[in-house]
Design a protein around this ligand. Structure first.
Ligand SMILES: C[S@@+](CC[C@H](N)C(=O)[O-])C[C@H]1O[C@@H](n2cnc3c(N)ncnc32)[C@H](O)[C@@H]1O
Length: 242
């Protein structure tokens, strides 16, 4: 582990600047401490994801368990029990690093995972996903769980580039995010409304298939894609071609 990967008990609130788009569009959801306390409940995340949070989380856990053994980097905090469950799934010689640019988000992960058995397996890293302070090829697995739809296109590109850079050559990147559902999907009008008023960058994932965009941007990768809940969500398993 490098020095930048602080053990759980030494979370440092540093001066990493919070990106403009987060402050401007997502202060109410992820930045204000009161918002973090309000939103961080399993039933609320289940509600926001139309009851699919547990299913998507369990599928993600299964894919990660089947992936190569080693260290896992979760890029961005997620409300609910995802990090807790990922910690539970670790084997003896594995660790979980949770990265986020908002220090209060990491402190919330710390509060939720204070059990002594888990302490030494968890690292909290305050950093921007566009610039991960860690050597290349450091992790066996990286995870982007509902982060990309929140990011403007140039940030999204840089985030994926970093997620791939820190991954070992036989490593696995899992992306879980929105997907364009069929025209007659009953929830499509409601989700489109939410995107329009609350998620200004999410429509990109409907306008362009994420896997096609990724192949264009990163020709060296191989993607296995599955869609869920009648196409509203997608899970991509990504490996670098050798
Ligand atoms: C993973 S996303 C949304 C996850 C999901 N909607 C949930 O239920 O929590 C939210 C997190 O991404 C973090 N985030 C957004 N942009 C980031 C960036 N550029 N670098 C690091 N973390 C970022 C936010 O601070 C927030 O904690």
């Amino acid at each position: 582990m490098t020095d930048s990967l602080e053990p759980l008990t030494k979370v440092k609130v540093t001066a990493v600047p919070v990106p403009d788009y987060l402050i401007r569009y997502y202060h109410w959801a992820y930045v204000a401490p009161s918002a973090i306390r309000f939103w961080d409940h399993h039933f609320l995340v289940q509600l926001i994801l139309f009851g699919q949070y547990k299913r998507l989380k369990d599928r993600t856990r299964m894919l990660l368990r089947q992936g190569p053994t080693g260290h896992l980097l979760q890029i961005a905090c997620v409300y609910g029990s995802l990090s807790h469950d990922l910690l539970d799934d670790l084997q003896d010689n594995e660790s979980l690093t949770v990265l986020d640019v908002v220090a209060e988000q990491l402190l919330q992960v710390q509060r939720k995972n204070s059990h002594p058995h888990k302490h030494h397996r968890l690292r909290l890293l305050q950093a921007d996903s566009q610039n991960i302070p860690c050597p290349s090829a450091h992790y066996s697995k990286t995870l982007l769980f509902f982060l990309l739809h929140e990011q403007p296109e140039p940030v999204r590109r840089q985030t994926v580039a970093e997620a791939l850079r820190v991954l070992q050559s036989d490593g696995l990147l899992i992306i879980v995010d929105y997907h364009r559902p069929a025209r007659l999907h009953p929830l499509r009008p409601l989700v489109a409304l939410v995107f329009r008023f609350l998620e200004p960058f999410a429509h990109d994932l409907w306008a362009h298939h994420l896997d096609s965009w990724l192949y264009q941007e990163f020709p060296e990768i191989q993607i296995q894609k599955t869609t869920h809940f009648a196409g509203l969500y997608q899970i991509l398993q990504i490996r670098k071609s050798s």
